[in-house]
Design a protein around this ligand. Structure first.
Ligand SMILES: [Zn+2]
Length: 567
């Protein structure tokens, strides 16, 4: 490609709309342009990089035995009703209406579509295993689209769905995808960590997210440097010293005028340390009140609560609902003596004594609470948010927490969808069985931006060769037609192209400074500078992006470039 023939509108200034470095660089390097919030056009260079990421994904999915298909983006709402997700997914749907005013859904994901497909085709165990994937534009009604391609309304995803005869076989399919994902991200030049992920209300622990560590990431990951335990903070467990049980003693009610928070009760004259208080939270679970207890210095993790309750249909209760349930206002709530509501408690409270809590009477608290004696806990679970510095459950070293960008997710689904859509087969004994499913997503456009977020310096992007829009930029410093510089540039261009290199020739009549700056900003892996002075010595200047410039003999330039790219 000749620079003058393509379209690369680089920007000197950082557009005000961009908050994070990768978003700034994608705009400045002329790779994407914004239409409106959460919607972007890929310009020629951006599209080349996107196609390369897609191709890596495609090759590794094919290698893992998955079959590429293409499903409709437009979906009938009936299949979402059939799976039981129509209500819970309302918040993410983009909807359309046809001329008959019938509702349609622009697909945010395709479990319903693919399971409908399989239900119509599957009859025998001999047809399994199968894994179908597609690379397609998805839609999501983001409340707050931001960070460019990271959180957009429309984005390219690779989604795959596996169907197996048994749990064991599904586990093998899961592992294949896990391994393929590791190869995909490695080939894209990304450092990722595979972390244990929350499985929501579904039982089972087979869910991993592939995370790119980045301060601008929207996820938090707890990890252990020593044993490499890593989990999404939604899922992470950590050790905690047991709640002190020192002083038992009698239950005592005391006046606490004006006390509304854990902190208030921790101060004089009450002096009840947060770690010796019980935090009582009221939640509406499927429209019925329930009490959730965690230690005063701990935070509830709602993802864990969903797992413990077996439903995602819950929310914090409103003030009136709380008063109706306990007869007191927040600040004086407690579970002592409560028999009419289900009580879910965090494991770290187990065996606690000598604790303080609200008395369910405004302006009063209780001390000397002994959980086993005074509170009728129905259900103990790990419900709290892990914190940095707490001991790793596997090895005891302190856990660390860091931010990360989720680029992929592998998930064992089980038979929820195959049962809902009757995607069943007859097993060897002739018994009808639902297929055991897994689903596997990669945010393709997000992966592209994650590469930029991870690979850059003060001058611009540093593309890994595997996903660079072009791998070699030839930069003649004088473009006079027929001159020796341009003549050599044309020769190298033809020779590199003939050897399969993705080469762009900067044939613009611009000052060398402008050309160098643009090529650093866009981040081509190798720049070959061709100037009269070096040419007089029979040399060109070879500069890997982010590395030092080295002169090489003009006749060795092609081999040298290919050598660097092959590394
Ligand atoms: Zn550890």
């Amino acid at each position: 490609m000749r620079w003058s023939q393509t379209f690369i509108p680089t920007l000197k200034e950082t557009p005000a709309e961009a908050e994070i470095i990768s978003h700034k660089l994608l705009l400045r390097a002329g790779l994407i342009r914004k239409l409106t919030g959460g919607l972007y056009t890929f310009l020629p260079l951006g599209l080349r990089a996107l196609r390369k990421v897609e191709q890596i994904v495609r090759e590794e999915m094919d290698r893992a035995g998955a079959l590429e298909i293409l499903m409709p983006a437009l979906q009938p709402p009936e299949i979402w009703q059939q799976s039981g997700r129509y209500e819970s997914a309302q918040g993410v749907f983009f909807k359309a209406r046809d001329r008959a005013k019938k509702e349609w859904i622009l697909g945010p994901t395709h479990e319903e579509v693919v399971t409908t497909l399989i239900a119509g085709e599957l009859s025998s165990y001999r047809q399994l295993p199968r894994n179908f994937y597609q690379i397609q534009t998805k839609f999501r009604d983001e409340i707050r689209p931001r960070f460019g391609l990271m959180r957009a309304k429309e984005f390219v995803m690779k989604d795959a769905y596996s169907f197996d005869v048994s749990d064991e076989a599904a586990q093998a399919s899961y592992q294949k995808m896990y391994d393929a994902y590791a190869r995909i991200f490695h080939r894209c030049g990304l450092n990722t960590m595979a972390v244990e992920a929350d499985t929501g209300v579904m039982a089972g622990k087979f869910s991993h997210e592939f995370m790119v560590p980045a301060d601008t990431g929207e996820n938090e990951v707890a990890w252990c440097e020593n044993c490499h335990y890593a989990a999404n903070l939604d899922k992470a467990s950590s050790g905690t010293p047991p709640t002190e049980t020192a002083s038992g003693g009698a239950l005592e009610k005391f006046a606490t005028p004006g006390v509304a928070t854990i902190e208030d009760l921790a101060r004089p004259p009450y002096n009840a340390p947060a770690s010796r208080q019980i935090k009582t939270l009221v939640y509406m679970v499927e429209n019925k009140p329930a009490l959730i207890l965690v230690r005063g210095d701990h935070q509830l993790n709602e993802a864990k609560l969903a797992g413990a309750l077996g439903t995602a249909a819950f929310r914090p209760a409103e003030a009136e609902e709380i008063f109706a349930a306990l007869g007191a206002h927040p600040g004086s709530l407690g579970a002592v003596g409560v028999k009419h509501l289900p009580i879910h408690a965090d494991d770290s409270l187990r065996g606690g004594a000598g604790l303080a809590t609200g008395a369910n009477e405004d302006g009063f608290h209780l001390r000397g609470v002994e959980i086993a004696r005074d509170i009728a806990v129905n259900d103990w679970n790990d419900l709290r948010l892990a914190r940095a510095g707490e001991p790793c459950l596997k090895c005891g070293r302190p856990l660390r927490i860091r931010r990360a960008i989720e680029v992929g997710h592998v998930f064992k689904l089980g038979t929820k969808y195959s049962e809902a859509f009757n995607a069943c087969f007859l097993d060897e004994a002739g018994r009808k069985q639902p297929a055991v499913m897994g689903c596997y997503g990669i945010g393709v456009t997000r992966t592209l931006q994650a590469v930029v977020e991870q690979c850059n310096d003060k001058d611009g992007i540093i593309w890994p060769a595997s996903v660079a829009p072009y791998t070699v930029c030839l930069t003649p410093l004088s473009v006079a037609p027929g001159g020796p510089v341009m003549k050599l540039a044309e020769e190298l261009y033809a020779a590199l192209a003939a050897r399969g290199a993705d080469v762009i020739l900067d044939d613009r009549d611009e000052r060398p400074g402008v050309k160098f700056k643009d090529s650093e900003l866009i981040g081509f892996p190798i720049r070959v500078g061709i100037g009269e002075r070096s040419l007089a010595r029979g040399e060109v200047e070879l500069k890997p992006r982010g590395g030092p410039m080295t002169p090489v003999k003009a006749e060795q330039a092609v081999e040298k470039v290919l050598e660097i790219l092959a590394v």
